[in-house]
Design a binder for this molecule. Structure first.
Ligand code: AMP
Length: 355
């Protein structure tokens, strides 16, 4: 167990790192973070911040000397940057990043464990794409294999006609069949170094423009009926990766059962409700797992939960939200620039307390 006062190093500087650092502080740990220059909102909650490129090995080494354990809040931290951190400091093997950074790897990995994904084909050029359209058909989605998030790097293809207008981004892509899902949900688990696994309840997740907009509990009968099977896959995934900390797998709930969409080897937007809504939040349990503290309970504390992202101009909505009845819980991330499609904060509304 890491003693109080130890330093947790976070790779990445966004809101997930900020909320992780806040949870670390609560348990008397110091958080420091490392990220390339930008609107790094984790900095406000950190004792120290390294604003250097991912390629700066000297800065990464200097960062590592200040850490007692290192974790990440962003799945696209380059593996070369992680390799500059002594492996003994990593809370979790880098293999989790390696698998999750590439949609093709991720789907192959999940298939090995017995999971089901949308039908897909690797695509790099017009010839591959023509074959993919034959094999998978339309409608479908073309996605960059790497570095897509929040619906970026994705093109929906409604029909073969539409496909002729697509220009390849010059890097590997994946063409997936569009899944006719009834609902979307995620499984969020925490795993300790000793292999203990706990799950939070799965919310129904609603997306707008490929980006999470809202997470809701109760999730509905269809999701509830599919959670057990999805959890089995998530637990197997965590075990196969030797995972330590919070891991998220996203699923489509279909008539034929859960279909794996993607994984995030980190705390997740669809788990923000756990801050007020669960016995222990995803952020706190992540810190507990990586420091060797006992894991906290994950039970939901309220009869209903509604977490909504605040996207774009947060200043306007903050006043309105805080004027509402029902004590909504407002979280603003301190971003200096509000841009369209940018997550600025979230608000969690809860129903009555469960006995
Ligand atoms: P992703 O970045 O892959 O999680 O995609 C973002 C969102 O786009 C998902 O949560 C779905 O709402 C939608 N989406 C992505 N892939 C598919 C698919 N194969 N079939 C149906 N919807 C999809």
């Amino acid at each position: 167990m890491l003693p109080a006062g130890s330093t947790i190093g976070i790779l990445g500087g966004g809101q997930l790192g900020r909320m992780m650092a806040m949870a670390a502080l609560q348990l008397s740990y110091r958080a420091i973070a490392y990220a390339p220059p930008g609107d790094n909102v984790a900095e406000d909650a950190c004792a120290d911040f390294f604003e250097n490129s991912w390629g700066d090995r000297a800065a990464l080494a200097a960062f590592a000397t200040k850490c007692d354990v290192v974790t990440w809040e962003f799945e696209n931290v380059p593996l070369t940057a992680v390799a500059a951190i002594p492996p003994a400091l990593l809370a979790c093997p880098a293999r989790a990043l390696e698998v999750a950074q590439d949609r093709l790897n991720e789907k192959a990995f999940i298939a090995q464990l017995g999971g089901t994904s949308a039908p897909y084909v690797r695509v790099e050029n017009d010839g591959d794409f023509a074959r993919a359209l034959e094999v998978v058909g339309t409608p479908g989605i073309l996605k960059t294999a790497r570095e897509g998030y929040d619906g970026k790097g994705q093109w929906r293809i409604a029909s073969a006609n539409e496909a002729s207008g697509v220009r390849f981004p010059g890097r590997p892509c994946i063409y997936e069949g569009l899944v006719a899902f009834e609902a979307e949900f995620s499984v969020i688990l925490v795993r300790s170094a000793a292999g203990e696994v706990r799950f939070w309840d799965s919310t129904a997740n609603h997306h707008e423009g490929g980006m999470l907009a809202q997470s809701v509990l109760p999730a509905g009968a269809l999701i509830e009926a599919q959670v057990e099977q999805a959890r089995e896959l998530a637990a197997k995934t965590a075990q196969a990766l030797g995972y330590v900390g919070v891991l998220t797998l996203e699923f489509f709930a279909t008539k034929d059962g859960p279909v794996f969409n993607e994984m995030a080897p980190r705390v997740h937007n669809s788990g923000h409700w756990t801050i007020e809504g669960a016995a222990t939040s995803q952020f706190e349990n992540h810190i507990r797992a990586i420091t060797g503290l006992p894991l906290g309970g994950t039970a939901t504390r309220f009869a209903s939960i509604d977490m909504r992202n605040i996207v774009g101009d947060a200043a306007l909505t903050a006043h309105e939200i805080l004027s509402e009845a029902g004590e909504p819980h407002l979280h603003l991330y301190g971003k200096r620039e509000a841009r369209e499609g940018r997550k600025m904060g979230h608000v969690t509304r809860v129903g009555h307390a469960l006995p």
